[in-house]
Design a protein around this ligand. Structure first.
Ligand code: PAF
Length: 282
């Protein structure tokens, strides 16, 4: 496993792999690796000849300076984990290596970037779309792996991949959950054990909507209310948004008609920590 910090080096490694007709599986991360990341890496290992994992805490996707500063960083701990999963290359550039002096080119996916997570975290998806484009350009992966937990990020990345013509298949892996149902996230580290248990209300609330959908409920207002009612049972959960939308465009729905792919979304501020989760209904 080689740890690479230079753009020129990762680009040249990727070129060499392509010349050797090896497929590249790419897992972009911000480090602080957990089981959710591991499921992406294992899938990459199965699908591709070479696996590249990037570790870069991307400053331009944080709209809160303190959040960025507090983000856990431990490259050696992450590298130790990755060495157990037969990762071939870690790309861990410095901030200056990616955003050189005078950097002024950004990628902005219209529409999708300004709703839900985008409305609550202005500039977040512009930051994500920009770094993903830079990384895709350097690595030109055959497959790139993302977690379903960040469903809106997945929609943004799929859109930019199509619009900018990257020859990369976006592979989406199911959300990995703690035993209680709480979706794995590096943010969970900021909760106490007791709070983590209580935060399982988020997944339970989504399951209420799924249960109702499976029993025939198609009215979005009713489904959203079921989620809100379950969340209201836990005083630590302060709702940011609850919505049932179309899965790719994130457009609002009133009724879930036959053939529509609907997804239920939740964002809450839980004991001061922002948590998101989602569940595909159909
Ligand atoms: O999901 C993440 O960890 C980040 O948003 C990503 C995709 C690595 C871009 O910085």
């Amino acid at each position: 496993m080689e740890i690479i910090s230079r753009r020129a080096r990762i680009a040249s490694v990727a070129r060499k792999l392509r010349r050797e007709n090896k497929t590249i599986g790419f897992v972009p991360t911000m480090g602080a690796l957990h089981k959710g990341h591991i499921s992406l890496i294992e899938q990459a290992r199965q699908m591709a000849d070479a696996v590249v994992v990037s570790i870069f805490v991307n400053p331009i996707q944080f709209n809160d300076k303190e959040d960025f500063q507090k983000y856990p960083r431990d490259l050696m701990a992450d590298a130790t984990i990755l060495s157990e999963y037969q990762v071939d290359y870690i790309f861990a550039p410095s901030e200056e290596e990616i955003y050189n002096e005078g950097f002024s080119t950004y990628v902005y996916v219209e529409g999708l970037s300004d709703i839900f997570e985008g409305a609550s975290r202005p500039g977040h998806f512009r930051g994500v779309a920009t770094i993903v484009t830079i990384l895709f350009n350097l690595i030109r992966p055959d497959f790139a792996f993302f977690g379903q937990k960040d469903a809106q990020q997945v929609a943004v990345v799929k859109r930019l991949t199509k619009d900018l013509g990257f020859d990369t298949e976006i592979v989406v892996m199911p959300t990995v959950r703690e035993e209680t149902g709480l979706a794995m996230s590096s943010r969970n580290e900021r909760l106490t054990k007791e709070q983590r248990e209580k935060a399982s209300v988020i997944y339970r609330s989504l399951c209420e909507a799924k249960k109702a959908f499976d029993s025939g409920e198609r009215n979005v207002f009713v489904l959203e209310n079921l989620i809100r009612e379950e969340l209201a049972k836990e005083p630590l959960a302060k709702i940011d948004y609850v919505a049932v939308v179309e899965n790719e465009s994130f457009k609002p729905l009133e009724k879930i008609t036959e053939g529509t792919k609907a997804i239920a979304l939740v964002a809450v501020n839980f004991a001061g920590v922002r948590l998101i989760d989602n569940l595909l209904l159909s």
